[in-house]
Write a protein that binds this ligand. Structure first.
Ligand SMILES: Cc1cc2nc3c(=O)[nH]c(=O)nc-3n(C[C@H](O)[C@H](O)[C@H](O)COP(=O)(O)OP(=O)(O)OC[C@H]3O[C@@H](n4cnc5c(N)ncnc54)[C@H](O)[C@@H]3O)c2cc1C
Length: 327
């Protein structure tokens, strides 16, 4: 069995995702419990700034692959390099943020190394030398505690916003530069372009999410939802009923077949709170439901319930917040 805890840094164009800094905090905690070291993997192109940022958090080792073939996340070169590095160093634990790219890479490693991934964990600890993780199951109704006794390596993806961000540290990390293992001509996937989504804040990273459901009644019904979101600096979410009706794009869907969010504040407007919707938002710190029906299931989950017509309540609420923020 190898030793050491690895963390994969997910970033876009050199901007590290918050979930990556959370993953480093987990790695440091686990490594200190196992009395082993933390190694951070940074793949990309022109990564100097990102590596400097990582170095403020980690004083052990940073493995860097800085190459034009690694500019965009593509599973072939990223996966091939991560698998080769694993074979060279054999770490005990590999942590990845459960972001889209982190999930891709964990799945690749699972197949390549022939081990299971423990996905979307919300807690990781060491008990008597054995890794214990917690992950939501059955659409978030239960938390499974899993012991990873005989798994080598232990590939664990971490739910964004379930862990604190790592604090800065003293010390100089050793930087190991490595070459990519694939050349551009071997890589079948070519990234041509990126198109910006029509929202400013990523749902998954948002501190506040304001969501609308079938109760908004149509595409225009999202206007008061968006206005509240804009005053709060929040991201706009939606139930599947609203998405399936074509009122808002799928990117906004929260739930079992949409995004999983865990913001500090989740405001559900005209959403009944079906189990599949709850699967994507029930770990939110504070949940507010605005619904005409006091019997709607969301009311049982909500910390604060407002029994009202959203079209009456939202304009007054938004105006009140606006005037308070302006003071
Ligand atoms: C396999 C599977 C996967 C699924 N995945 C997802 C998923 O990822 N995400 C998801 O959301 N759903 C998902 N669903 C669908 C889910 O079961 C529900 O059908 C859906 O969440 C309902 O959306 P809703 O709450 O907006 O609509 P409804 O259940 O119709 O609720 C609308 C609510 O709005 C209230 N309301 C109406 N008018 C007003 C008003 N003017 N003011 C205030 N309140 C009002 C009503 O009282 C009601 O509670 C999935 C279903 C299946 C089978």
């Amino acid at each position: 069995m190898g030793s050491g805890v690895w963390v994969y840094i997910d970033h876009f164009k050199g901007n590290g995702l918050a979930a990556s800094w959370e993953a480093i905090s987990v790695a440091k905690s686990v490594a200190s419990q196992l009395d082993t070291s933390v190694t951070v993997l940074v793949f990309g192109h022109q990564t100097d700034e990102l590596v400097s940022e990582v170095a403020t958090y980690v004083s052990d080792t940073i493995i860097v692959c800085d190459d034009h073939t690694m500019e965009d996340f593509r599973i072939e070169p990223y996966g091939a390099l991560a698998a080769k590095l694993y074979q060279n160093y054999k770490p005990h634990i590999i942590l990845l943020p459960a972001t889209t790219r982190g999930r891709d890479l964990s799945a690749f490693l699972s197949i390549d190394l022939g081990v299971a991934v423990v996905a979307d964990c919300t807690d990781v600890n060491i008990e008597e030398g054995c890794t214990q993780v917690t992950r939501p199951v059955y659409a978030g109704k239960l938390n499974a505690r899993i012991s990873l006794d005989n798994l080598h390596p232990q590939i664990i993806s971490l739910r964004p916003r379930a862990f604190p961000k790592v604090g800065e540290c003293d010390g100089m990390a050793e930087i190991i530069e490595v070459e990519p293992v694939m050349t551009e001509s071997d890589i079948m996937v070519k990234v041509l372009d990126y198109t910006a989504a029509d929202y400013d804040v990523s749902l998954v990273d948002a501190n506040i999410v304001v969501s609308g459901g079938r109760g908004v009644g149509g595409p225009d019904g999202f206007d008061p939802v968006r206005e509240l979101a804009s005053v709060l600096g929040a991201s706009v979410g939606a139930s599947r009923a609203a998405v399936d009706s074509g009122w808002i794009p799928y990117d906004h869907q929260v739930g079992q077949t949409g995004k999983t969010v865990s913001p500090d504040l989740y405001i559900a407007c005209g959403i009944s709170g079906a189990i599949q919707h709850q699967a994507g938002m029930r770990t939110s710190k504070i949940i507010v439901a605005i619904n005409k029906d006091v019997e709607a299931p969301i009311m049982k989950l909500a910390h604060y319930g407002v029994v009202a017509d959203l079209f009456d309540f939202l304009p007054i609420f938004t105006a009140e917040l606006k005037s308070r923020f302006e003071k």
